[in-house]
Design a protein. Structure first.
Length: 531
């Protein structure tokens, strides 16, 4: 009998054990499904961010946001959501996009009084430096304040005025190259011309030597790698958002692969070696590093690693963005011939030759300034969002509580294309910056392409953009490297050449965005201006 019982109980026992495993698996799966369904319902309809408008699918899932990133459609999808849902839109379960003009900029990036909640930079967006030491843009508050105080010395009025001969020399070379192409009747990619000029200028300022891109009329391999790297970083940021597993794969496998590390260090070492060479030399003229080194001696000065990190930053932030602004402005001028004629008349009436182009006088050309501002509005160099994270304890946005850990940010292009801020927002109208009564209700302070607050663009004083045109009624007496370059380059082109947009670039503005614009060649024909 015991044997028989054993024979019977064995299979039954196994069946029961299997049944228990099956039941446990079903129970676990059902519980997980109920949990995630309940969480989704709570997030969409009851959670703190449920008070903010937006598509329900975005409130439930990151998938729409991921698709926007990897397809490069940020410049289309996010402005469309703001047009439909208003100035503050929920774009993922835990993030808000803002386009409420000056108020949004102040809330997210502005200065804070003691004790006020201050959003912090999103480390998932900015990443980690290869040497482990942050530049001024990624440092914590104390490190940022210390570094900015030192670096600002290189962008003072006196320091930038010292660079006038350097700027004129490189822009003079640009003029020579354009003259050669105009005489030969060669089609010219103005985007490449602007990029080559700004990279050569910043290379000379940062490393004490240009990159010879203008002379060769071609991008260096290093610059090509920068452009490609920005797009790849945006793509992988989208992949990382899918879930913890994809984030692990990107961070720990792809980014740490031998090929990826080799490419990253190739870019890093290019900048590092040139900084080291510059620090070991004594140039015969002042450059950015001359002024920085004046403030770097003793405790609190920049470390060698911080020199390396900031040089890499300068070569990206001080080049591509300026060339982008000029390219966009040139495109819209060529699409609006009456505006181009007005600018041409102003420049050619004020200056007779390249030698006459004085930086202080250029700053007083009102239509030139209005054109550049309208260019920044229509085609901002950074069209997307610079994200921040709501700090511990949460904060109030638009009268509603937003919990800690929520990602927030102002979307530049969406802000600048909202009719509530700018009349005829999708049209080119520089006169809005000159007090035209038709645009008297425009919120000109909604334009902040260099951001605001304690971490705004290093080379730009907080109100540089709007001073001297209409806002605040004061003269523009702030010397700024980016403004110097933009005014000088655009005025040089308009003074010496007649440009025409070629058919293949008629739809140049139809581009993708991978953090920055994925720009196509801006093909133009040039003829020397009539004497």
């Amino acid at each position: 009998m015991p044997i028989a019982m054993s024979h019977v109980e064995g299979p039954i026992s196994g069946l029961l054990e299997n049944l228990d495993i099956y039941t446990a698996a079903v129970t676990f799966t059902a519980a997980a499904a109920i949990y995630y369904l309940g969480k989704a319902i709570y997030d969409v309809y009851l959670g703190p961010l449920s008070k903010f408008p937006g598509p329900k699918i975005n409130a439930w899932s990151r998938i729409p946001s991921i698709l926007t990133l990897v397809r490069g459609d940020d410049n289309l999808d996010i402005p469309r959501l703001h047009q439909q849902y208003g100035p503050i839109v929920r774009i993922t379960p835990d993030s808000l996009s803002m386009a409420d003009g000056a108020e949004s900029f102040k809330q997210v990036y502005g200065f804070r009084k003691a004790g006020q909640p201050k959003p912090v930079k999103d480390i998932k967006f900015y990443g980690k430096p290869l040497n482990g030491v942050h530049s001024v843009i990624g440092a914590d508050d104390a490190g940022h304040t210390r570094q900015r105080k030192i670096l600002s010395n290189a962008f003072s009025d006196k320091a930038l005025k010292e660079q006038t001969p350097l700027l004129k020399r490189w822009v003079g070379l640009m003029k020579k190259k354009l003259e050669e192409r105009a005489v030969a009747g060669t089609e010219t990619d103005m985007l490449k011309i602007y990029n080559c000029t700004t990279f050569d200028i910043m290379g000379d300022l940062t490393f004490g030597e240009g990159l010879n891109m203008l002379e060769d009329s071609e991008y260096s391999p290093w610059v090509k790698a920068i452009f490609g790297g920005i797009k790849n970083a945006t793509f992988f940021r989208g992949i990382k958002l899918i879930n913890a597993l994809t984030s692990f794969v990107v961070e720990e496998i792809i980014f740490k692969s031998e090929v990826a590390r080799e490419k990253q260090f190739e870019h890093w070492n290019y900048s590092k070696e040139r900084v080291d060479r510059r620090l070991q030399s004594t140039p015969d003229r002042p450059d950015l590093w001359s002024r920085i080194l004046e403030k770097s001696d003793g405790p609190g000065g920049l470390s060698l690693e911080e020199h390396h990190s900031n040089a890499s930053l300068f070569m990206i932030a001080g080049t591509e963005t300026t060339a982008t602004a000029l390219s966009g402005t040139t495109f819209y001028l060529l699409r609006n011939p009456n505006s181009l004629a007005t600018l041409t008349k102003e420049i050619r009436s004020a200056f007779q030759s390249f030698d006459d182009l004085d930086l202080d006088v250029l700053a007083r050309q009102k239509y030139l300034m209005a054109v550049l501002q309208e260019g920044l509005r229509m085609y901002p160099p950074v069209p997307t969002t610079l994200p921040r994270v709501v700090p511990e304890g949460g904060m109030i946005i638009d009268g509603k509580f937003v919990p800690e850990g929520t990602t927030i940010g102002v979307h530049h292009l969406a802000t600048y294309r909202m009719e509530s801020h700018f009349k005829n927002a999708n049209e080119w109208h520089p006169e809005r910056w000159l007090g035209d009564p038709e645009y008297k209700d425009d919120h000109l302070d909604a334009l902040e392409p260099f951001s605001v607050g304690p971490r705004n663009c290093l080379g730009k004083s907080e109100f540089t953009l709007l001073m001297g045109i209409r806002i605040r009624g004061k003269a523009n007496n702030v010397i700024d490297l980016a403004w110097h370059e933009m005014r000088l380059l655009l005025a040089t082109v308009v003074l010496h050449f007649d440009l025409k947009l070629l058919p293949q670039s008629e739809k140049w503005n139809e581009q993708h965005v991978y953090t920055l614009w994925e720009k196509k060649p801006l093909w133009c024909s040039l003829t020397p201006a009539a004497a």
